[in-house]
Design a protein. Structure first.
Length: 480
């Protein structure tokens, strides 16, 4: 039933828009997602060169403020054709300030934060469905972190932790708030979660490396396996190698190696920032396979609007991934401003369907008052797996059971896979390294033992995966 009949039969004294918002609010949570405002830069905007990031972001926020009351497109997604209701959250995943490089005379992180908060909080007029001001949910970007810890090119000031400190205090809400002088990047990581409409939202510091996954493992231990999880962070799943810690032995930031030390994990592939980070991606993929309820990944950094599936370094999974545009450094919109966009997310809290829509907020480069238009959209179900080949997705299938127990260096495995196809068992450590593997002629052998190289075992968590034909399963093993 559409919104208008509901209004006429219920209360005729309130406005159509107000009631439509209330109706939507009962079952739908609506959010705006954007990233990488890069305060301190300039660009061509509305046919004028040298326009500041603050001016561009102010124009973006003006268009965000006019969202309620518009109609969603008829795209078959959540609330298709209905009136846009209250916006419950505005999500921003980093690079609030551009890196303050002295040679480029980029403004300080402190100045960038002041401008950002003025635009994205003070000038934001939206309300959530309870009538309160729309909440900001923030995650830092690589520029924010580099400003806090330094860079291999000179910054001015040499360090400025203002943005990291503000995000940390506001989102993590520590018992003892940090200051720009006391903030410690190595320990004050911006990792936090929120439960919203029956979905668990994870917000991560730059990218989910091995150190951040320790926090994630602890956080997700309190989340039922049936609860969908959405991950928001700055870097894409195929992470930038240069953001890892320098593997050169001294682990310093220098202009020769050009590692930025933004992730605690030391880079393992080689000593080259142009590498593919296959080992690190493989470890993250193994983590996703062990947590089948992580249903989607949202990121900025390499900016343009794209809805795609991340297949992992071994092309053995398909994680729904949403890349969002930047108002300043979009790969396409930096040269064609009519492609400037942010995303509008609609979550149906009853069906757990999720629709992400592109919102082209500057469709006419000669007219800043032009009405935005809807672009592409993607709807996924958070109730069912969205991974075509993910081991962990199949592991949740009730008829497939896998049990593994580690006794010293012997792994005892029992399983109920069916058929005559060969069966392959693989064991990974928490870093994603494959420790060992074995192949049995047929899945009909439901129990067997596998020797683990003694030098490869240590106390910790291991991932065991089993595949036979199109049947796959995984389980976690704790080594004493």
């Amino acid at each position: 039933m559409n919104a208008i009949p509901r209004i006429r039969f219920t209360i005729v004294l309130i406005s159509t828009w107000a009631f439509a918002c209330a109706a939507v609010a009962q079952t739908t949570i609506e959010m705006v997602y954007t990233s990488d405002p890069h305060y301190g830069l300039t660009r061509r905007f509305l046919q004028t060169d040298g326009v500041t990031a603050q001016t561009v972001s102010q124009a973006l926020i003006q268009k965000v403020n006019t969202l309620p009351g518009r109609n969603f497109p008829q795209d078959g997604g959540v609330e298709a054709g209905s009136v846009v209701g209250p916006i419950d959250y505005l999500i921003e995943t980093g690079d609030i300030g551009n890196r303050s490089e002295a040679a480029k005379s980029i403004q300080s992180a402190a100045t960038s934060w002041s401008q950002f908060y003025s635009d994205y909080s003070d000038d934001l007029t939206l309300q959530d469905r309870s009538g309160q001001k729309t909440q900001l949910l923030l995650a830092p970007g690589n520029h924010d972190a580099s400003n806090a810890i330094g860079f291999y090119r000179a910054l001015f000031p040499l360090t400025d932790a203002t943005v990291m400190t503000e995000i940390y205090n506001r989102m993590v809400q520590p018992a003892l708030p940090a200051t720009a002088l006391t903030y410690a990047y190595s320990t004050n990581k911006v990792n936090y979660s929120r439960n919203i409409g029956g979905v668990h939202f994870l917000f991560m510091n730059i990218w989910p490396d091995s150190a951040n996954r320790v926090w994630m493992e602890t956080d997700l231990a309190h989340v039922p396996a049936t609860t969908p999880v959405l991950l928001f962070t700055h870097d894409p799943p195929d992470v930038e190698p240069k953001h890892f810690t320098n593997p050169n032995g001294t682990h310093d930031v220098n202009s020769i190696d050009q590692f930025e030390n933004l992730l605690h994990e030391v880079f393992k592939d080689d000593a080259n920032v142009t590498s593919t980070a296959a080992i690190e991606q493989r470890a993250f993929a193994a983590f996703l396979k062990a947590h089948a309820n992580i249903k989607a990944y949202f990121h900025g950094h390499d900016n343009y609007n794209e809805f795609y599936q991340w297949s992992g370094p071994d092309n053995d999974m398909a994680l729904p991934t949403f890349r969002v545009d930047s108002p300043m450094k979009g790969n396409t919109s930096s040269s064609d401003e009519t492609k400037l966009s942010f995303q509008v997310i609609a979550l149906d809290t009853q069906t757990l369907d999720l629709t992400v829509r592109e919102y082209l907020w500057n469709p006419d480069s000669t007219n800043g008052s032009a009405v935005p238009i809807w672009g592409t959209s993607k709807t996924i179900s958070l109730l069912h797996t969205n991974t075509t080949q993910s081991i962990s997705a199949h592991a949740s299938t009730p008829q497939i059971r896998l049990k593994a127990i580690l006794h010293q260096s012997t792994l005892e495995v029992t399983q109920n896979l069916q058929g005559t196809a060969p069966m392959t068992l693989r064991v990974f450590d928490t870093s994603g390294h494959r420790i060992t593997s074995a192949t049995q002629p047929t899945a009909a052998q439901h129990s067997f033992a596998l020797n683990i190289p003694q030098q490869a075992t240590s106390a910790g968590l291991y991932l065991v995966t089993l595949s036979s034909g199109n049947q796959v399963a995984s389980t976690k093993v704790v080594a004493p």
